[in-house]
Design a protein around this ligand. Structure first.
Ligand code: ADP
Ligand code: MG
Length: 628
């Protein structure tokens, strides 16, 4: 608990004790008032100050103002009626503060929970200096430096393992609890915990660009992107409080005046003013104002615990309304790790063709290029390469040893006026042309991700009406994958710009006002990610551009997490709606009772604090999403 919360608790306890003592004490007159003012001021002085500050700033109508008017009014009535019963005024202030304390506690607690969930920030990096390990600030490490990560330590920067073998706990990033084995030449992501062996890592990114920094930045900024529900509540509170205040004023003035002048009977000022004060206490909008952002906050926290990063509550809200889900193929539904299954019609030696293709691909980040380099297996002499040109959705053209090498699909061959030979194997075909002459093709095959079929079934169960796959790959491969996975609609042989156009068409066609989400790895599809209502990116495999352009990032690239994310968002939005209806419903009922004179201030404060506490407890449910 923070110091501020501790002192608040102390004030609440002292004021309660004093109040109980005073209720039974026989003192009367102004001394009694003076004594009651002590617990009143102990527990409520900050509310009075805030109300005064609000008035002097011209921002009058807030809950501090409502509480101040209500409690001071109750004291004035007790004075006027000469009852000496100031208990109510003090108690109202006391309960209001108990509610505030509870709220602060709950918010602090859920924030802490979330930052614990996200406990991935490394405090140091180890480097070797004169044979000894030295701890340094991860910010000081440069790209290409060698760092050492001992068992039990967090990996501070992204890099490649150059020595050692170990298992990693990636749960903080992915929600996956099984350890992942890692060895020499494997890429390693910051934020994982090294479990067993000593690892030496050559860094590939600065700390600020490493996964861990990017994730923390995303999560820290998430609360600044407000959902429509939140924006609604802020606007609501702004008009609501003055309306309530002036209604209370009318309640205090009009009925007595009507009685006095209209009916010629006793005005009963004190009775009507009291009803107006009860009205004010009841109407305090705290439960709504606090529980809705808290629900979203908890929902985002719960999702990130599962390896689903949502960049703001507006995206969580959109995600809950997803009706159309559009997928990219390579790297999204398939592993994006291709195996060479054949080399056909080659005019030169197979190994030579593969070498030239791998060289030409050496600067591309496309999964195909990585796979070709891996298939070639030997180190590449990059000095032989000049002038690489990559054409998205087609392939690459490069100058190698004075030869022009083109590697890509039919479209690329057509661009160079080379006639490609058809291939009878099913797979992705990389045609190769040397100096504008057809020189054979490499057939590569990708594997469908383990959970892809399950993922499609799960999103349909979660309420998605239509699934579409868009790919730049050939029709044959695309249709086979779509059929195997049960995807409703396929479009193949697309250029990156076609994908944007089709997504726009699908958004326009979408009748039910549901949202369209696009899932991709960002290689050739970053523009679609930002064009869709919700862009979902593969975080581990995906390019930095994808993670930047996307609204939701799946840390472990597992498509099954899409359905999970939708379910989490639905649960969170359901909680938000419950809270809105519950709080407004109870308030309206109490307001009517208060205006009719059937509610007193005790009931009013219990309604206010009670509703708030229940709404907060309900909001915190959004954090627990394990079994969705
Ligand atoms: P997807 O939509 O399935 O993710 P892309 O748009 O990334 O596919 O690529 C579409 C097609 O373009 C690939 O199937 C391949 O034929 C060709 N292609 C794209 N980039 C390359 C590359 N670097 N090397 C070879 N072929 C490529
Ligand atoms: Mg792709």
């Amino acid at each position: 608990m923070k110091a501020k919360q501790k002192s608040m608790l102390l004030r609440i306890i002292v004021a309660s004790a004093l109040l109980i003592a005073l209720v039974v004490s026989p003192v009367t007159g102004y001394l009694r008032l003076g004594l009651f003012l002590i617990p009143y001021l102990i527990v409520g002085y900050d509310i009075l100050l805030k109300a005064a500050k609000g008035i002097s700033n011209g921002r009058i109508f807030d809950e501090n103002f409502l509480m101040t008017v209500a409690t001071l009014g109750a004291i004035a009535i007790a004075l006027y009626d000469n009852t000496g019963d100031y208990t109510e005024a003090v108690a109202v202030m006391l309960f209001y503060q108990i509610g505030e304390w509870f709220q602060g506690y709950a918010v602090g607690k859920s924030r802490k929970n979330i930052s614990q969930l996200m406990d991935i920030r490394p405090d140091y990096a180890n480097i070797e200096r004169d044979g000894k390990l030295v701890k340094v600030d991860p910010d000081e490490i440069k790209v290409g430096d060698t760092i050492v990560v001992q068992p039990g330590e967090k990996v501070p920067l992204d890099g490649i393992v150059i020595e050692g073998q170990s298992n990693l706990n990636t749960s903080a990033l992915t929600g996956e609890s099984l350890p992942r084995p890692i060895g020499v030449n494997d890429e390693i992501t910051s934020g994982c915990i090294n479990l067993s062996g000593l690892l030496k890592i050559k860094t590939t990114k600065l700390f600020g660009d490493s996964t861990v920094s990017q994730i923390l930045e995303l999560v820290e900024n998430a609360s600044s992107r407000k959902s429509r529900s939140e924006a609604f509540i802020t606007r609501f509170a702004r008009v609501y409080t003055p309306i309530v205040f002036f209604s209370a004023l009318a309640l205090a003035i009009i009925p007595p005046l009507v009685r006095l002048f209209g009916m010629g009977i006793d005005a009963q000022w004190d009775d009507w003013i009291y009803r107006a004060l009860v009205f004010l206490v009841i109407s305090c909008p705290c439960a709504l104002v606090i529980s809705i952002p808290l629900s979203f906050f908890a929902g985002i926290g719960g999702a990130s615990n599962q390896g689903i990063l949502v960049k703001g509550s507006n995206y969580l809200e959109n995600l809950s309304q997803t009706k159309v889900l559009v997928f990219d193929k390579t790297g999204t539904l398939t592993e994006g790790v291709f195996e060479v299954v054949g080399i056909h019609h080659n005019k030169i030696q197979e190994k030579k063709l593969l070498e030239l293709a791998a060289l030409a691909e050496s600067a591309s980040s496309h999964p195909i290029s990585k796979s070709l380099q891996k298939a070639y297996g030997l180190p590449l002499n990059r000095q032989r390469i000049k002038d690489i040109q990559e054409i998205g959705g087609e392939g690459v053209i490069a100058q190698i040893d004075e030869l022009q090498i083109a590697a890509g699909n039919e479209k690329l061959m057509n661009r160079l006026h080379v006639k490609p030979l058809a291939c009878h194997s099913v797979g992705t075909i990389v045609h190769v042309a040397i100096n504008g002459e057809y020189s054979g093709h490499i057939v590569i095959a990708d594997r469908i991700k383990a959970h892809a079929k399950e993922a499609i079934e799960a999103v349909k169960k979660a309420g998605v009406k239509k699934t579409v796959m868009l790919t730049g790959d050939s029709k044959m491969v695309a249709e086979r994958v779509a059929k195997e996975l049960g995807i409703d609609e396929v479009r193949s042989e697309l250029m990156p710009s076609d994908k944007v156009r089709i997504v726009e068409e699908l958004i326009a066609q979408n009748p039910s006002h549901g949202k369209l989400a696009f899932v991709g790895d960002g290689i050739n599809d970053a523009p679609v990610l930002s064009r869709a209502d919700i862009g979902i990116a593969m975080g581990a495999m995906g390019s930095d551009a994808a993670i930047e352009a996307a609204d939701v990032v799946l840390m472990d690239d597992d498509p099954i997490k899409i359905a999970k994310g939708i379910k989490i968002s639905r649960k969170c939005l359901a909680i938000v709606k419950e809270n809105i209806w519950f709080a407004i419903g109870i308030k309206v009922a109490c307001l009517i009772l208060g205006a009719l004179g059937l509610a007193n201030m005790w009931m009013a404060i219990f309604a206010d604090v009670g509703v708030m506490i229940l709404a907060i407890l309900n909001a915190i449910r959004a954090l627990f999403v394990k079994n969705l």
